[in-house]
Ligand binder design. Structure first.
Ligand code: FMN
Length: 184
């Protein structure tokens, strides 16, 4: 797949087959994740991969009722990745905490690499942090940034993003919309 095919294929998948994850593919996904940039190159995030059913079930039970079936996704997928970050390792400008940025970039590298390997994912943020931390023995100083199932999907869900360039991209000044149709 070329890069833009990967971008277009990624969507939030919430229904998975129980086919085990190929370890070599998982290795490549993690290698790609480790290439993500971070604040002062401090890589303030850690990733816990979870493939034991009992632990996945506990994580699924910690998903808050978001009406999206994220709980089902964590229960069904053969692998769940939990991305956590340490605010003391990354930086802060005013009230902007960059550990969240470090972790989010790592999560996105992971998600796109998994898509490239033919796996579905879904960023799940609505999850009880205390339960995730106690289930996986995550040290106090770390905060949960995101959780994603990884696996072969039952039925591919179309991308749901309804973000339009005309609302979100400007050129030079806030009032000038960026119009890709007017580019040379
Ligand atoms: C930071 C973040 C948190 C999210 N949390 C959840 C969640 O808790 N449960 C869920 O089902 N989807 C969650 N999503 C997925 C979004 O709902 C989804 O990306 C959005 O609806 C666009 O759909 P698409 O990813 O298929 O394009 C989250 C996405 C992001 C980026």
């Amino acid at each position: 797949m070329n890069f833009y095919d990967v971008i277009n294929k990624r969507s939030s998948e919430r229904s998975f087959k129980d086919t085990p994850i190929c370890e070599k593919k998982m290795g490549r996904i993690m290698e790609a994740t480790m290439k993500s940039p971070s604040w002062k190159n401090q890589s303030s995030y850690k990733i816990i991969l979870v493939n034991e059913k009992s632990e996945k079930d506990k994580l699924a039970g910690a998903v808050m009722n978001d009406g999206n079936n994220g709980e089902n996704a964590l229960r069904e997928a053969p692998m769940v990745a939990v991305v956590v970050g340490n605010p003391n390792v990354s930086g802060k400008i005013g009230d902007k905490e960059y550990y969240l940025v470090d972790g989010a970039i790592a999560m996105e590298h992971l998600i796109l690499a998994a898509t490239n390997e033919g796996y579905g994912t879904c960023w799940i943020g609505a999850i009880d942090e205390a339960t995730v931390k106690s289930t996986l023995n995550i040290p106090d100083e770390y905060k949960v940034i995101g959780v994603t199932p990884i696996g072969e999907v039952n039925k591919h869900e179309a991308q749901d993003s309804n973000t339009h360039m005309s609302d979100h991209v400007f050129i030079n000044k806030w009032e000038n919309k960026f119009n890709k149709d007017k580019l040379n």
